[in-house]
Structure formats: C-alpha cells, structure tokens
Design a protein around this ligand. Sequence first.
Ligand code: NAD
Length: 283
Amino acid sequence: MENQRLLVVGAGQMGAGIAQTAATQGFEVWLTDNAPEQVQKALSGMQARLSRAVETGKLTADQQRDILSRIHAVPTAQSVSSIDLCIEAIVEAEAVKVGVFRELGEHFGPDTILASNTSSISISRIARDTRYPERVIGMHFMNPVPVMRLVEVVEGALTKSEVTQHVMAAAEAMGKVPVLVQDYPGFVSNRILMPMINEAIFALQEGVASREAIDTVMKLGMNHPMGPLTLADFIGLDTCLSIMEVLYQGFSDSKYRPAPLLRKMVDAGLLGRKSGQGFYHYD
Ligand code: NAD
C-alpha cells in the first residue's frame, strides 16, 4: 500500500472525510466535484478539523502541513491519470452514478479500481456500463469518516477476488476495519439501520411522541449514541429517502415504504444538518 494514488469523486461530507482520512494515512489524494465550491468547502473543512487536532495535541503543525500537501484539488476526474483506486462519493442517485462510472471506465485503464461509497445502490448495476466491471466494487465508509472505523466492502456480481483483496488492504491502510458483504439492497448496514430511522419518522408523523422523546427513548433505552431523528439529520434526509426507495424497490416489500413525512421534508429542501434544517435546526 506504499505510494497509493487515490482519486475521490464528490467532495461532500463523505468525499471530504475519505480524502482527509486517506491523506492522513499517507495516500496521495486527488479530489474533484462537479460543483467547484464544494471542493473549496471540503478543503477549508479539513483545514479547520486538522487545526483543532493540532490545538489538542493529536497532531503536530508539520503533520498537518504534510497531510494537506497530499490533497490536490482537480477540476475533473479526467485531469488525473495513473490512479490506483478511485472512490466515488457523489449524490445517491443510480442514474447519476451509472453515468459517472461509465466516464471513469472510459478514462482509466484496467489497473485502476473503481469503488463506490454508495449506501444502498446495487454495485452490479453501477458496474454494468463500465469498461471493466470486474474492477468495480463498493467501499461503504461510515459518517464521519475520520472517526468511524467500519468500511463495508461490497462485492458486485462480477467483482474479481483480487480487487476485493486490494480494497480490503486499502481500507486497512486507511486505519479502518473492512467487512465483506454481498450486493443486496442496503447491504447489511442500511438494511438494518434505515428501517429503524424510517420507523422513528412514522412515529413522529403519527404523533406517538415528540422528536426529542423519540430520540431520548432510543438513546437512554437502547444505548444508542445518537437518537434516530438526530442521526437522520446527520446522514442527510435526501440520502435517507434514496436508501428507503432502494430497499422498497429492491425487495418489493411494503415494510420498506418511505415515511410520507420524510418525503415531504425532502421535497421542501429540509435535508438535515447540511441544509441547516431537518428534524432539528442547525446554525
Ligand atoms: P453530499 O450531498 O454531502 O455530497 C455529494 C457531492 O457530490 C456534492 O458535493 C455534489 O456536488 C457532488 N456531485 C453530485 N453529482 C456529481 C457528479 N456527477 N460529479 C462529481 N460530483 C458530483 O452527500 P454525502 O453525504 O457526502 O453522500 C455521498 C455518497 O456517500 C452517497 O452515495 C451516500 O449514499 C454515501 N454515504 C453517505 C453517508 C452519510 O451519512 N451521509 C454515509 C455513507 C455513505
């Protein structure tokens, strides 16, 4: 894993976290987004987080400078070459991801592994239109990436075992614990987590309890570090809705129908922390 060259496509909350984590562990990282201001926002966020780590003595100023010097903003994925691993962390929309993977497959050769950070979309379908579908895999990081240790590694129907092994080793080199799962809707993490969040939204919608009460029940009663409505805001309500739709369509089972309140909030642009308002308000 020496001198690994990583491209991160999508500089939102996950892409920024992946770039920072990889650069901290010595990867050379290129970061791109189709909204250039997102890359600038990601870089200033990293700068601020690393400065806090210096203030609290977890990093030295030299280490901070070295980490930031390993992260390069680029206008497009096509601006770089000789990439070992490309991790896509763009919006959770299948058609958009399929298009981006087709373009990545056209640009990079068979030596580049293309990984998706998708929370729920089929890796086999994302891979289908790429030039080397056997080089496509899921690498599902958890939020916030610098803190959370799990990476769910998702094998598509055609993923080669050498690709899986490389990605498991890359996740370990980033200081993470990779767990291998197969390509089913929501994989393991969101197949279990998201119906719980959706049920909490149904409970709120039906007036069973207030948002604070629902979160407190799950925090104090089930020992969850964060209540499900707070967690939904943290993940992003648009992402939660997309995942529920993938589960609903993928299993054709009404138990996965998205709560109407979730849909209504997304329609209104109330996306949680990233938009400033979700179940709670953020300044
Ligand atoms: P986000 O909205 O914060 O960021 C998405 C970024 O993708 C934006 O900056 C957007 O400009 C960019 N983008 C959109 N289309 C693009 C394109 N065609 N080319 C380049 N950039 C493009 O979203 P996020 O929370 O970072 O989620 C990104 C991915 O990670 C999604 O697939 C999501 O399901 C997954 N994920 C999210 C979480 C979470 O808790 N938010 C956890 C694990 C995985």
